[in-house]
Design a binder for this molecule. Structure first.
Ligand SMILES: Nc1nc2c(c(=O)[nH]1)N[C@H]1C(S)=C(S)[C@@H](COP(=O)(O)O)O[C@H]1N2
Ligand SMILES: [Mo]
Length: 427
């Protein structure tokens, strides 16, 4: 799978770091803490910014983007730094970047660019951007887009592929045209089973193979089709080139693999799509959590299905491990929660590593597909090390647990997040 193509880059980079690289890997794996103490009160705790919230890499700015954490250059995997999640909407310039193929457009001529609807339809269509913006009602949705492999670096045993921390996600207000309105204009004929989406990117692979083009399909009877938007704006502005200019598909609640960038072909199919990106890549074990074991995979007893909606997750954004927190001073614990399976209904925080839980305060509701901000007012009384944890519940009744997830591709991670901090003596 292309998602699994690039493990060597990071390993090579760690190799260059020699023993420092090895130590770093260890620290990330075991979430090891080094604590320097004076008397009884710890005053500094490591390993600093490498505690694994984000993936590892240099900060590099692509055109139209702020510096992001570059995990892999080609195909590009750029992760959003943690600090941007202090806000429930992610700036377009800070949104993560991921493409499965290496040859993607760096410019588009809107005089000739068209969005085509073809296949099993009454009247094939070809829309210019002007037609999309002028001839159809504009609608907006606030929705989180998250890579299926977000947080893959937590998997044990590790899975190859981009070693994402938590930053392969973001939330935006997406504005565009209802997919249903466009399909209605074309007229979907009977006998249709799926709708296929394709952008303009290409790979160097053999024609017709997964290495040549990226295509994804949704079932015609999937209710998510009614929620889909062909978006030409992100937070009120045109999409950055690397995030899909001029239009991308928005599939609220679903993983980003379906959110086709530079969407240029919508094809109504009479047979299920069996291209590589549907039949081989982006499959999860056929259960809601998408979890199995290496043994079961080896024994070939696991049934797989295409990934779909995103499970409930929550994240501690502040404080991080670098906080200087004196005992007796209020420390507001803040973060975000999300679910693709119903609104977030509850967020709970633990300050004792997950033994006891208290309700956090939910922030403004921007809609069930958006990030839900939360905060938890807490005053640590005693100096020492504290492990904060957060868990969310969604309207489907699902609640995050500590049980890890495992599947061959490193998808659907959603176990409880933790943050260890050090509280010092106030005087
Ligand atoms: N055209 C196109 N669209 C695509 C992809 C791609 O490779 N090509 N990758 C998908 C995947 S796997 C992800 S995670 C998101 C990444 O979108 P972003 O780069 O805007 O963050 O785009 C999705 N849409
Ligand atoms: Mo992805």
């Amino acid at each position: 799978m292309s998602d699994d193509r690039t493990p060597m880059t990071r390993r090579a980079a760690l190799g260059l770091l020699g023993s420092a690289g090895a130590a770093l890997t260890l620290a990330r794996t075991a979430q090891a803490q080094t604590t320097v103490t004076t008397g009884t009160a710890p005053i500094f705790s490591g390993p600093g910014p490498l505690d694994g919230w984000n993936g590892l890499g240099p900060l590099i700015a692509l055109p139209q983007k702020v510096p992001l954490i570059r995990l892999v250059d080609r195909p590009p995997l750029y992760e959003t730094p943690r600090a941007y999640f202090q806000c429930p909407f992610t700036p377009a310039a800070a949104f993560f970047v991921r493409s499965n193929l290496s040859l993607f457009p760096t410019n588009i001529d809107l005089k000739t660019w068209r969005l085509k609807i073809e296949g099993n339809v009454g009247t094939p269509q070809s829309f210019s951007l002007a037609q999309l913006t002028q001839d159809f009602e504009a609608v907006s949705v606030n929705a989180v887009m998250q890579c299926t492999g977000n947080s893959r670096s937590r998997f044990q045993p590790r899975r190859p592929g981009g070693q994402w921390g938590n930053g392969a996600m973001g939330c935006a207000t997406w504005t565009g045209v209802r997919l249903r309105d466009l399909l209605g204009k074309a007229g979907v004929k009977s006998g249709s089973v799926q709708v296929q989406f394709q952008g303009l990117d290409k790979g160097a692979g053999a024609p017709g193979s997964g290495g040549a083009d990226y295509k994804k399909s949704l079932n015609v009877n999937d209710p998510v089709l009614d929620e889909c938007i062909v978006a030409y704006a992100m937070n009120g502005q045109p999409l950055p080139m690397v995030n899909g200019f001029p239009v991308r598909l928005v599939v609220p609640g679903y993983f980003a693999t379906y959110w086709m960038k530079t969407l240029s072909f919508i094809r109504v199919l009479t047979k299920p799509d069996d291209n590589f990106w549907m039949a081989t890549a982006y499959l999860q074990p056929d259960n809601l959590r998408g979890t199995t074991t290496p043994q079961a995979v080896k024994a070939k007893t696991v049934k797989f299905r295409p990934v779909g909606s995103m499970p409930v997750r929550s994240f501690i954004v502040t404080p991080d491990e670098t906080v200087k927190a004196p005992a007796g001073l209020p420390l507001n614990v803040q973060g975000l929660a999300m679910s693709g399976r119903g609104a977030v209904t509850k967020v709970e925080v633990s300050t004792d590593g997950g033994q006891t839980w208290k309700a956090a305060k939910l922030g403004e509701d921007h809609g069930k597909y958006a990030f839900r901000p939360w905060s938890f007012a807490w005053t640590p009384k005693q100096p020492g090390q504290y492990t904060l944890a957060v868990r969310a519940t969604d309207a489907s009744g699902a609640v995050q647990t500590d049980r890890p997830i495992w599947n061959p591709s490193g998808y659907l991670w959603n176990t409880i997040e933790r943050q260890t901090i050090t509280v010092g003596q106030a005087g």
